[in-house]
Design a protein around this ligand. Structure first.
Ligand SMILES: NC(=O)C1=CN([C@@H]2O[C@H](COP(=O)(O)OP(=O)(O)OC[C@H]3O[C@@H](n4cnc5c(N)ncnc54)[C@H](OP(=O)(O)O)[C@@H]3O)[C@@H](O)[C@H]2O)C=CC1
Ligand SMILES: N[C@@H](CC=O)C(=O)O
Length: 353
């Protein structure tokens, strides 16, 4: 396969960054990876839908201004006709990057379902589908002989899911604990510097770290979804969000931050999943004032870190970007590379369309 055609669902920070990567580094990616990437469809709530089987002019759509619509372009429509585009576009891979809905994962769960049912591979950075409907969607992908990839759902472009599944296989993973949200970690750091919660959140939004509704970052539901994903994907659990106790950073006041600093501590929002001796797996999200000798104390800004506790290796900690448009677009690229690898090894077809 020397080219993959993509349908982008949602054209916000992350999918725009992917389009920019394709525009700016397409040649380099081709020589490094051995395949081209071409965008043949885009849908977005504001812009509408665009389908061009011969390839969309990426520079043209990236240059569109607020208020403009795809309706004026060949193959364009003012409405985001997601189901039609996902089912009927000539894409090999559907790239789902609409907002994460922490309640039921919709509409992303439907987007992924339609794509898999129509024989297209899926990559997503959206946490909803995997945390809230992962088992069903994985079965659907197997049924239709296509890949469902979601590396960016935890720690953005830092590849911890594949790392744990592949490099820690057999090590006896018993627990996962870490800083799993870039926005809240960034906000806590800015509050240490004297900013108010609201001003710090506004900065995180401007930098592309925050969820469409940043309450999910501040009240811990984003980390709750990530804990569910880590527990189910890596510890073989079957948790739902209801099983994961959640406290967000809104309970941490400016006074708490100053008081912690006087003791050499820093507040961090910690998400964890742990297998207990009876085999059950528990999950938790809560802010913790960590001391200077704690491995997570020095993790600042939108950087995240995960400590894997294993029987054979002891603790293994990985840190890297936890949020950011380009960093998360890289996660999509890494998923496409994984899909290509499966296609080349004959494990799946190019796409089943
Ligand atoms: N940004 C980051 O650092 C990371 C993000 N993620 C996840 O990646 C996904 C995308 O994030 P990001 O790009 O930052 O988010 P944005 O909010 O910037 O982009 C989402 C885009 O999807 C559009 N959209 C929303 N609903 C629909 C719909 N039903 N049909 C078509 N388009 C829709 C939005 O339109 P409108 O603006 O009009 O609502 C917006 O343009 C999210 O699920 C997020 O949780 C994961 C890891 C890191
Ligand atoms: N809003 C999230 C984005 C990545 O999942 C975060 O800040 O971590």
């Amino acid at each position: 396969m020397d080219r993959y055609d993509l349908a982008l669902i949602g054209f916000g920070g992350v999918n725009r960054a992917l389009a920019e990567l394709i525009r700016d580094r397409g040649e380099r990616l081709r020589s490094e990876l051995g395949f081209d990437l071409r965008i043949v469809a885009i849908t977005d709530l504001r812009l509408g839908s665009l389908m061009q089987a011969d390839g969309i002019d990426v520079a043209q759509v990236l240059a569109m201004r607020a208020g403009e619509s795809f309706a004026g372009l060949v193959g364009g429509d003012a409405e985001a006709r997601n189901e039609y585009v996902i089912r009927n576009s000539t894409a090999d891979i559907v790239v789902e990057a609409t907002f994460t809905n922490p309640l039921d994962g919709q509409p992303a769960v439907s987007h992924v379902t339609w794509a898999l049912e129509s024989g297209k591979h899926v990559t997503t950075t959206n946490k909803g589908p995997i945390a809230l409907a992962g088992a069903g969607l994985k079965s659907l992908a197997a049924e239709y002989g296509v890949r469902f990839e979601y590396e960016g759902s935890v720690l953005s472009g830092t590849p911890i899911l594949r790392f744990a599944k592949q490099q820690l296989a057999g090590a006896g993973l018993t627990a996962v604990e870490g800083i799993l949200n870039g926005t809240s970690n960034y906000v806590l750091g800015r509050m240490e510097a004297g900013l108010s919660l609201a001003d710090a959140v506004a900065e995180a939004q401007g930098l592309g770290y925050a969820e469409a509704d940043p309450t999910a970052d501040i009240e811990g539901s984003d980390v709750q979804l990530k804990v569910v994903i880590l527990a189910n994907e890596l510890l073989g659990a079957n948790l739902t969000t209801a099983d994961v106790e959640r406290v967000g950073i809104s309970v941490v006041s400016a006074e708490d931050i100053v008081a912690a600093a006087t003791q050499g501590k820093r507040w961090k929002l910690i998400g964890s999943a742990r297998r207990l001796p009876d085999g059950t797996v528990t999950g938790r999200v809560a802010p913790v004032a960590v001391a200077a000798d704690h491995p997570l104390q020095g993790i600042s800004g939108a950087t995240n870190a995960v400590k894997f506790e294993t029987e054979l290796l002891g603790d293994v900690t990985v840190s890297g970007p936890g949020a950011g448009r380009v960093e998360t677009a890289y996660a999509l690229l890494s998923d496409i590379i994984a899909i290509d690898s499966s296609v080349r090894s004959g494990l799946v077809a190019t796409s089943a369309v």
